[in-house]
Design a binder for this molecule. Structure first.
Ligand code: SF4
Length: 504
């Protein structure tokens, strides 16, 4: 089980690699989308090479287990839970299980409801375990529709397959870059609200290149793939050729009064693997989704991997702490390379800063929306080592961000997916920018961190603490500037116009 979890967290399956290679080939290298995809490709190769998490958000571990008659499910559950705790201790999973009432992180990914384990019996003599690690950013972009309904840009969605097509397109458009596009969707037509979401997530266990045996659903899958990629949401919502790498649809019977369409959105870091186990010894007898005897094909040639961030010569270097005049000179679309000190802060830190002074001076600072994977390491100067450090979804901090920027003199907030109108106004008022880093590029960004200079608020747990990081040439794109411009708003509006043409 530890091996399954480790491999799932660190090495993308071949079908996802192939889809991402196709996306990379389709995007011109010197565009924002092309640069983002090159970082993602580097990240995939780096993660596999060092057995580090592909993304710092290792998600909600969800196990689908098939057992022969007579297998002891109580014991199996205990073993899976023990393996989850061990993989967390080894830094292959980030501690992600939080008490919903107190906010306390259990530290080992165990708690009520985590991990998710579903058992089923089958006639086989061995045990099958499939695992998916689906992170919070993409989970938050899931959508459920009750038909008939009215959809922005697409008009009425009726209780027909045409209505289903519209709902899926709407979900992809709504997600924009927040779920770390290009993503894949698992869809359920029918069921009730609970079984619909479950069945939608189960579709993500299908390979991206399989064929739906139901010709009617296969036709909708093909139509959605073609049309969603016309939206030009692109990698990370920066605009571009590829917005979706997979669409997998299943159907359940429903009550006559209900017609739900449930959409489970997964990001490009589509971590899904499985194993067959000898039911007596527990040995892995066979891997699912990958051939253990065939080495994974690297995303990039070694020279491209060694090259690091693909520069165009137009990048702007910033040294933190950053002055207001340097920030006011930036505009949407600029690519910046940050060096110096930055601090992390996500949900708990933002809530804290609304009521308390910051533990360190934030004037001129870069506040990074990131919940890194950090392990204790006696060989490191500060005693800590960051093993994964990509951005988290920023929109969650929308109610607080403008106030925090103004109160404490923050000059740049960095995360992914963009922020809303209140923050955009705050950036203009206070002289600050929003920087979009490439979501999921946890290994790539961990290599931009030279050292952990300190940590505050560790009582919030490692993902939520405020880490003080020394970084060098940390790349990100200005997607909201101090002049009222937002790339996110522009891409959403432009892709919305394309959606109008797909009303059918
Ligand atoms: S790639 Fe993005 S959406 Fe996916 S788990 Fe990582 S941060 Fe979340």
């Amino acid at each position: 089980m530890v091996e399954l979890i480790t491999r799932t967290s660190t090495d993308l399956p071949p079908d996802v690699r192939a889809a991402m290679s196709t996306a990379l080939a389709a995007e011109p290298a010197r565009t924002r989308g092309g640069q983002a995809l090159t970082i993602i490709a580097q990240n995939i190769d780096q993660a596999a090479a060092c057995e580090g998490p592909i993304c710092q958000d290792t998600g909600m571990p969800t196990f689908e287990v098939k057992v022969p008659v007579g297998a002891n499910q109580i014991e199996l559950r205990q073993q899976i839970r023990a393996a989850v705790a061990e993989a967390t201790r080894r830094g292959k999973l980030r501690p992600n299980s939080v008490d919903s009432i107190t906010g306390e992180n259990s530290g080992d990914n165990l708690g009520p409801g985590t991990p998710i384990i579903h058992f089923d019996q089958w006639e086989g003599s061995d045990i099958e375990v499939k695992l998916i690690l689906k992170g919070g950013g993409c989970e938050n972009t899931n959508a459920q529709y009750a038909l008939p309904t009215e959809l922005d840009h697409l008009g009425r969605a009726d209780r027909t397959l045409e209505g289903v097509r519209k709902c899926i397109l709407h979900a992809v458009w709504k997600a924009q870059g927040k779920g770390c596009s290009p993503g894949a969707v698992g869809v359920c037509v029918g069921g009730d609200r609970t079984s619909g979401y479950l069945h939608a997530k189960e579709q993500l266990f299908r390979t991206l290149d399989d064929a739906n045996p139901d010709q009617r659903l296969a036709a909708i899958e093909a139509a959605v793939m073609e049309e969603a990629n016309k939206l030009a949401v692109g990698p990370m919502g920066f605009g571009g050729q590829t917005s979706l790498i997979g669409c997998k649809i299943g159907a359940l019977n429903r009550l006559p009064a209900s017609f739900f369409v449930s959409v489970a959105y997964d990001c490009w870091a589509f971590r899904r693997l499985g194993v067959h186990l000898d039911a007596t010894t527990g040995e892995i007898t066979r891997w699912l989704y990958r051939d253990d005897k065939i080495a994974a094909i690297p995303m990039l040639p070694p020279e491209a991997l060694a090259q690091g961030f693909p520069r165009t010569g137009r990048e702007i270097s910033l040294q933190a702490p950053i002055s207001e005049s340097d920030i006011r000179a930036l505009k949407v679309g600029d690519v910046v390379l940050i060096s110096g000190r930055m601090v992390t802060g996500r949900d708990a830190v933002h809530a804290h800063l609304m009521k308390h002074e910051p533990p360190v001076d934030l004037h001129g600072s870069v506040l990074y929306h990131c919940g890194p994977v950090v392990v204790k390491d006696a060989n490191e100067a500060g005693g800590w080592r960051v093993t994964a450090a990509g951005p988290t979804t920023s929109i969650r901090e929308e109610p607080y961000q403008a106030d925090i920027i103004e109160r404490y003199g923050v000059r740049a907030v960095m995360g992914k997916g963009g922020m809303g109108g209140r923050t955009l106004a705050g950036l203009a008022k206070s002289g600050a920018v929003y920087l979009n880093a490439v979501g999921g590029a946890a290994q790539f960004y961990a290599r931009c961190i030279e050292r952990v200079a300190g940590v505050s608020l560790l009582e919030f747990g490692t993902p939520e603490a405020m880490w003080h990081l020394e970084v060098r040439d940390f790349p990100a794109i200005v997607t909201m500037d101090s002049h009222g411009n937002s790339l996110h708003k522009d891409v959403e509006a432009e892709s919305g116009q394309v959606l109008e043409t797909l009303r059918g």
